[in-house]
Design a protein around this ligand. Structure first.
Ligand SMILES: [Zn+2]
Ligand SMILES: [Zn+2]
Ligand SMILES: [Zn+2]
Length: 478
């Protein structure tokens, strides 16, 4: 057992201290009182801890510098066995590094309350050691009820902002920003305040832009600010230098002395000159040059990206606890499914076509698995997965190879049925609704499918478009 003085001495050197929760049999549920945390073995480096196979309940890090702090935290958060543990730093190492930790605590006593709160939530979390990527992130947030993922500015990152914790917990090679986007669209994460709005390149969506002032006539960047004078008597406009003589200002064209501004002359509106084409202009054309793909565009063509703080939503909490909602919908991804943009473009095209040619008939169906979250909370995970798989297979059997299938988030799926009469759409709808009933009823629970549909016969001469149409159908399935 290290005495108090040896552990203090050890912590002066870079070290990883472990904390172990002393659980009495009565406390086997996982809630450990703050005074039951004791120190375990110390390690000089993260790889030694990872190799030791020792499973602590919390970690106190004393890194030598910010780089070591980042590398320790990243490797610990990537290790399935340790990823979700409370990990504390002895001091702050900057926003991006601190975001990977559970805060600053240099003694076991200081760490204990937070560590105890995290440990208390752990037993209600399913499969936490096998979770990876988005599931590991949801589990991490579930254990820390107040935690908000905050974007951190990083000029080296082409998005300008990144979420360090999502980078560390994401699957190797996965784009963690897109992972967060998906979680947000699925309603598992919710926004907690806009942190920054970044202008991005419309061609490659990088945020590293250079703003340049160009000549509106020839596009050159070689422009300069200059004062131009306008002679009242002959109308000549020239630079101030052209008018300067030993006697003061004299018009170089008509040789009149310019004594009083507003009487003999005034300043021209143009205050810029192009050194390439000699053009004069009042305002340069501001353009943005992307430092990643080198394309240049006008500032009104730039895209925008918003960075929000993100926290777990109620649905996300449920998904973390039951660990099933995400898995279920992966089953649907086995369909050959269309990209959302391609899907809506095809719909737009069919709408156009059917307006002009009566013989072009098509159907559009929106379906929503209305009670999946409820099922997930009532039934064991593998049972819901089986029901969903059975349903997915039957659904696949109903879809022709010429139909387009698209899943735009976890709750809504779309079917676009070319060359289909209204009667055909109605038959398909009946079959889809029947699918839910057929998928093995379990304890009176079955997958409920809400549907809404549209056929080209409904279109008439109305001025509807794909986006409007899809919005209407989506609101009808609730
Ligand atoms: Zn670009
Ligand atoms: Zn020019
Ligand atoms: Zn003049």
């Amino acid at each position: 057992m290290p005495t108090a003085s040896t552990s203090v001495r050890l912590r002066v050197l870079p070290a990883i201290s472990t904390l172990v929760a002393k659980r009495t049999s009565a406390e086997s549920g996982g809630a450990v009182a703050p005074d039951h945390w004791t120190e375990g073995p110390h390690y000089a480096e993260a790889p030694q801890l990872l190799a030791a196979g020792f499973a602590p309940d919390a970690l106190l890090l004393t890194p030598g510098d910010a780089r070591q702090a980042a590398s320790w935290l990243e490797s610990l958060r990537r290790a399935p066995r340790l990823a979700l543990l409370p990990i504390f730093l002895n001091r702050s190492f900057g926003e991006a590094v601190d975001a990977l930790s559970d805060g600053v605590a240099s003694t076991p006593e200081a760490a204990a309350p937070e560590a105890a709160a995290i440990a208390a939530r752990a037993p209600s979390l399913s499969r936490r050691e096998t979770a990876e990527g988005d599931e590991r992130l949801l589990a991490f947030l579930y254990l820390r009820t107040e935690r908000v993922l905050t974007p951190v500015a990083d000029w080296r990152d082409e998005r300008i902002y990144r979420y360090p914790l999502a980078d560390a917990l994401g699957r190797p090679g996965e784009d963690s920003f897109l992972m967060l986007e998906r979680l947000r669209r699925r309603g598992l994460l919710e926004t907690a305040g806009l942190v920054e709005r970044v202008h991005t390149c419309p061609s490659c969506s990088a945020g590293q832009l250079l703003f340049i002032e160009t000549c509106p006539q020839c596009g050159s960047i070689d422009t300069a600010e200059q004062n131009f004078l306008h002679c009242y008597s002959c109308g000549h406009v020239g630079t101030q230098e052209e008018y300067l003589t030993n006697e003061g200002l004299t018009c170089p064209k008509c040789a009149v002395r310019l004594r009083h501004i507003g009487v003999d002359y005034d300043r021209a509106l143009e205050t810029f000159v192009c050194k390439d084409c000699s053009g004069r202009f009042t305002e340069p054309n501001v353009k943005a040059r992307c430092l990643q793909c080198r394309k240049t565009c006008g500032t009104d063509a730039l895209s925008e990206r918003n960075y929000y703080g993100l926290r777990l939503s109620a649905a996300g909490e449920l998904a973390a606890r039951t660990g099933q909602v995400g898995d279920l919908f992966k089953l649907l991804d086995e369909f050959s499914h269309a990209h959302p943009e391609y899907f809506s473009r095809t719909l737009e095209w069919l709408l156009d076509l059917s307006r002009r040619h009566e013989e072009v008939q098509f159907g559009l169906v929106c379906l929503k698995f209305a009670n999946v979250h409820l099922l997930a909370s009532r039934l064991p995970r593998h049972r819901v997965a089986q029901m969903f798989d059975a349903l997915a297979q039957r659904l696949r059997a109903l879809i022709r190879t010429t139909d387009l299938f698209m899943r735009d988030d976890d709750a809504c799926c779309w079917l676009l049925l070319p060359q289909t009469l209204p009667a055909g759409v109605a038959i398909l709808l009946e079959r889809i609704v029947a699918l839910g009933a057929a998928a093995t009823p379990e304890e009176g629970l079955r997958i409920e499918i809400a549907t809404a549909s549209f056929t080209s016969a409904d279109a008439g001469a109305g001025s509807t478009n794909a986006r409007l149409l899809m919005g209407t159908l989506r609101s009808r399935v609730g």
